[in-house]
Design a protein around this ligand. Sequence first.
Ligand code: ZN
Length: 481
Amino acid sequence: MQTRYNSKSKHLGVTPPSPSPSLSRASRSTALNCRKTSRAHTSLAYASFLCLAVVGTLLGTSSCGAIERVTDAAKGTPKVRTVKMYTTEPNVRVRIHSAVPKVTIDGVPTLVVRPKTVGSTVGRAESMAAPLVITSSRNGLIFTDPKGKKVQWPAGQDAEILPTASEGTSVRIDGVNYPGFAIVSSKADGNATTMDVIVDMPIEAYIPGVLSHELWKDWPRQTYECQAVAARSYAVHERERSRREGKPFDLEDTTADQVFGGTTKLRMPMETAQATRGLILTWRGEVLRAYYSSQCGGRSASAAAVWSTSQRFEFNEAEPIQGKPRPHYCQRSPRYRWEVTRPDDDVNQRLRAYGRMRNTDLQNVTRVRKIEINERNDADRPNTYTVTDDRDREYIVRAEDLRAALNHAVKGLPAITPETIVHSGDLEAEVWANTIRFRGRGWGHGVGMCQWCAKGMADAGMDWASMIKTFYPEAEVVKAW
Ligand SMILES: [Zn+2]
């Protein structure tokens, strides 16, 4: 543990983001899509500029060892306790479109359109032919079918669109198949009106569509099983939270929550979801928000250091999602170690802009002279950094905020690309004459399960229960339905 206290005046750089879908995908991806990791690592060449300051002591060599083989002791049957939290399998509501002007629904010959509010006298149930086109106007939703039937509802009435009972349990929305039914919710957006499209489905029908997008097709079964338990726990946690808070949907279908691509026909996601049916993680009787990310780079992060722990976010203090020393197996991941060099003015401008957006003191940073680790967690991963500018002012910045700030879009600056993105908040910075070089570990926030470690563990012979124990120590596996 290396904690440095500085007697100079400190400016609190930024406050932590709370885990909400409004945060940028790149900065807070709960579940970074592994498919993106196929891009080749670009090693940037840079000239030998005068080194003004070399800071940080991050990149040790101890964690770069070869992947071990696990002993038989690491294998075993999962210890599962049956706690019937639900009498039947719960459903989840996933937002698949945000603020779109039009949506087309088909997949079956006939669809039933009915008001979302039960017993509503505004709008009535209609049977319409597919493909059904729905548009939003200031006067309400308009439904048009290919037989020339057109129905308009008054503003403010949301709709549920279901297949007729004899025609199945799924629908196709803008060309993608989804289990369950659609909810179309109109939104006034200035003068324009748009719609959110949400799919309501049984949670076990949702899990395979997450697995097929979060993991590579040829990855081992045990990795899929581990991911299924983590993804199901995360979804149940978010389901309970959004319903407690009266939100119209539970999850986004992007890396803001978990990537979900609709119905899958792939065997591995379907079989492993089925094999782990109903299994979720709890801690002290509460469902665990089982975060996971692409690559931990060898050191796991702490949820309490990454996200808010204030009222309503106390779940980020759960012990199993705080970074602890653990063996790691992601040495073969494409971003296990990475390097990015940026012009220093690019960094200065992005930090200032991020500070302005968050209304913190970071907006006053002049020219960055040093970025040093301020505090680490028990796994030795940085929790916070101290940014020092050329006026000797210091700003304490959370690791994930530093990553978000460095990737923050600023008008007039080049767009962030896969080659220039800062992949994680576990990094060291070297400030040169007019460039700053970042060398870092892993990809994603680094809390909880590491998908590439789970791949390495499966290759080494570990089962999913042992993996879960490593990623979420002290969590209990519970059969909830
Ligand atoms: Zn890892």
